[in-house]
Design a protein around this ligand. Structure first.
Ligand code: ADP
Ligand code: ASP
Ligand code: MG
Length: 422
């Protein structure tokens, strides 16, 4: 029997009515002959509310305890959706991440899935029941509840789809959300953004990492690694949506398929430090040990000393600051300063590998809009510019326009042709 993993995001289970509609969607898929495993997010803004509640009790909540509090959000949704399914005559059992066999590395609030024991899920599916799994959480080998980072229910869903080998059964992982697919830019920020019928894992991974919140980046990584087709769809009007799949020849026809904005960056700068051998290793190992993901790194020589700067998400800035300060004290060298209010605008496309002039077009567009560029980073399939946060939305819009990604442009037409060819 083909198996689907259906994931319902926060808005898709925000109230009783929507939970019943999500249940109806599951029943519909079963009537089409699919076995279905479900993954749910917390209802609406529950996770934000739980964090605020925790902070009202303790301004800097202990991470382990915060995980304990946050994990309840998804458990509520799982129980409610299982009830709604039972009411429709569909046998269903809600499971916490741990009960579903999801094991993590135990890092609080940033846990990574290390393995999945699918025994219980497979038993339920073979009895024609629907497991309803609480997303965003797992259990460490020591039995600690760990959450997977904000937006992590997508990762639960794709990881379960990989472990259940849904692609081999002819199924896929469906991500039901509040937008009808992946767009050329966040449609809330760029009104002319267009829906993409298909996007490669590689491009989606870059876009997600660079700020396109529609998918959790690690979910895309799992999808790519285990070849899980991911179908992003609107939960209320699920038409064609967007397929995230392997790169195809047609995808290379466009230099840029999408743009993204990350507007929560801060920068740590270290000046007046001797560039002794091993300096960078010492600094960045200390940050890595604290599981801090460093974004762009810049280094320039200034006479006999060096300047090293790096960006991190605001959420990590406090920890990064402490770690760098401690490391500089141990080294007895260097001065640190910290800036907030930075953003990063990026253009992404596998076609960049074969098209010239992409970077210059982006820089010109930002220049013509009067937006100063603070730093540039590139990879084979992306170009990113660090800018001030106040310029973020305009920068996204002008870069999007510069690559002709708006409604009615050639880019759109090319992608629609791609869809028509299947
Ligand atoms: P869910 O709660 O279902 O996981 P999210 O809020 O995490 O939903 O993700 C959906 C949101 O992602 C959309 O409402 C949209 O504003 C945002 N988004 C950002 N970039 C993109 C993009 N390129 N395409 C589509 N949506 C995007
Ligand atoms: N509820 C969690 C969050 O808001 C996880 C998710 O929705 O994917 O981040
Ligand atoms: Mg999400």
């Amino acid at each position: 029997m083909p198996v689907l993993v259906q994931k319902f995001g926060g808005t898709s289970v925000a109230d009783a009515e929507r939970i019943r509609r999500a249940a109806a969607r599951v029943v519909e898929a079963r009537e089409r002959g699919f076995g279905v495993a479900v993954v749910v997010s917390a209802m609406g803004h529950t996770t934000d509310e739980l964090i605020s509640l925790a902070e009202s009790v303790s301004p800097m909540p202990d991470r382990r305890e915060l995980d304990m509090v946050m994990a309840t959000g998804e458990q509520v949704s799982a129980g409610l959706l299982a009830m709604a399914l039972c009411d429709l005559g569909c046998p269903a059992t809600s499971l916490t991440g741990g009960q579903a066999g999801i094991r993590t590395d135990g890092v609080p609030m940033r846990g990574r899935i290390t393995r999945i024991d699918t025994g219980r899920l497979e038993r339920l599916l073979s009895r024609n029941e629907v497991p309803v799994v609480a997303g965003f959480q797992g259990l460490s080998e020591d039995g600690e509840i760990t959450t997977l980072g904000r937006g992590g229910s997508d990762t639960t869903a794709v990881a379960l789809a990989a472990a259940l080998r849904v692609a081999e059964t002819g199924g896929c992982c469906e991500i039901y959300t509040d937008v009808d697919g992946v767009y050329t830019a966040d449609p809330r920020l760029v009104r002319t953004a267009c829906k993409l019928p298909r996007i490669s894992y590689e491009e989606m991974l870059e876009l997600a990492t660079l700020g396109a919140g529609v998918m959790h980046a690690r979910a895309v990584l799992f999808g790519e690694k285990f070849g899980v087709p991911i179908h992003v769809r609107h939960s209320q009007k699920p038409d064609a949506g967007t397929m995230i799949a392997r790169e195809s020849q047609a995808m290379e026809e466009l230099a840029v398929v999408g743009c993204a904005l990350k507007d929560d960056l801060g920068r740590v700068t270290i000046r007046q430090i001797r560039n002794c051998i091993g300096l960078q290793g010492t600094l960045f190992t200390a940050l890595a040990h604290a599981n801090i993901v460093v974004d762009d790194i810049m280094q320039t020589e200034q006479g006999s000393s060096t300047m090293i700067a790096f960006t991190v998400e605001h959420a990590d800035l406090g920890d990064a600051k402490q770690i760098v300060a401690r490391t500089l004290t141990e080294l007895g060298d260097g001065e640190m300063s910290v800036e907030v209010g930075l953003a990063k605008v990026s253009a992404v496309g596998v076609g960049m590998k074969v098209h010239a002039g992409v970077a210059s077009r982006m820089f010109r567009a930002l220049g013509e809009a009067g937006i100063p560029i603070h730093n540039i980073t590139t990879s084979e399939i992306k170009i990113s510019c660090i800018i001030e946060k106040v310029h973020g939305p305009t920068a996204l819009e002008v870069v999007h326009r510069a690559f002709g990604l708006g409604l009615g442009s050639n880019a759109t037409i090319a992608m629609q042709t791609d869809e028509a060819q299947g």
